[in-house]
Design a binder for this molecule. Structure first.
Ligand code: HEC
Length: 162
């Protein structure tokens, strides 16, 4: 009896194992692929390129906003200012369009300076009280009115060219 039982167990076990095998064989066997050198090379190059990209990220493009200044630097609302503007044309060479001054000419910023100060300095230079050989030819022939108009205009220019 015991032998019969063992035999039955053995048979059941065998059936079970065979069943497992059967299920396995149902699935298509994965065919072993041959090593494809070209494919591997391609994949490798792709990875290298990706790494390169990570190493040197593209610089984020900064949007530069260009602020365009509209209208004249100084609103020429009076005849004095208009005359001052015209007279200042000769001074731009050294003092800059915005009165910001020029290092190369050793010319200081004159924009936005006090009107009374500019008037005094230009008058003094014209009269030889303040000696400025470079500027002398430009101020020598200025009238008091010219100097007043120039000073008014320059005082309205942006301070230090800003
Ligand atoms: C050839 C260059 C040149 C030109 C053109 C010129 N300047 Fe000057 N200006 C100078 C220099 C250089 C100084 C500084 C002189 C000094 O240090 O004493 C100066 C100084 C001045 C100052 C004194 C500034 C301060 O802070 O004391 C005034 C005001 C001035 N110039 C006005 C004018 C006006 C107005 C004109 C046009 C009519 C003019 N300049 C044309 C070169 C020039």
């Amino acid at each position: 009896m015991a032998r019969l039982l063992i035999f039955l167990f053995f048979l059941a076990g065998l059936a079970f194992i065979m069943n497992l095998n059967h299920e396995k064989s149902d699935k298509p066997l994965a065919k072993p692929e041959r090593f494809n050198f070209d494919k591997a090379k391609e994949a490798h190059e792709k990875k290298v390129a990706e790494l390169e990209k990570l190493k040197n990220p593209k610089p984020v493009e900064k949007k530069v906003e260009v602020v365009v200044q509209k209208g004249p630097l100084v609103e020429l609302v009076s005849d004095e200012l208009k005359r001052g503007h015209d007279l200042y044309a000769k001074c731009i060479l050294c003092h800059g369009k915005r009165g910001e001054g020029k290092k190369s000419q050793k010319a200081p910023a004159v924009g936005g300076q006090f009107e009374w100060y500019l008037k005094t300095q230009i008058t003094n230079m014209r009269d030889g009280v303040r000696i400025n050989k470079v500027m002398n030819p430009y101020v020598r022939k200025l009238s008091d009115q010219d100097i007043a108009d120039l000073s008014l205009y320059m005082s309205k220019l942006p301070y230090m060219g800003k």
